[in-house]
Design a binder for this molecule. Structure first.
Ligand SMILES: [Zn+2]
Length: 63
């Protein structure tokens, strides 16, 4: 499977990625058929939460 395959947001048909990200069938916007499993934002949030949790645990232990 090619990674350049995109899905049309409007008609749901598949098409190859092109310069304008435009569907050849209806002129709609081409999107990625499968969103990435882990987004960089989620990864960062997870890291941040574990960081603050560690800091919180350390403060709690000092009480
Ligand atoms: Zn379309």
């Amino acid at each position: 499977m090619t990674k350049y395959l995109k899905k049309c947001e409007d008609c749901g048909k598949y098409g190859l990625k092109n310069k304008n990200s435009m569907c050849i069938h209806c002129g709609g916007t081409l999107i990625n058929p499968k969103p990435p499993k882990f987004s960089p934002v989620d990864k960062y949030q997870k890291y941040r939460i574990s960081y603050f949790k560690k800091e919180f645990d350390e403060k709690f232990e000092r009480k």
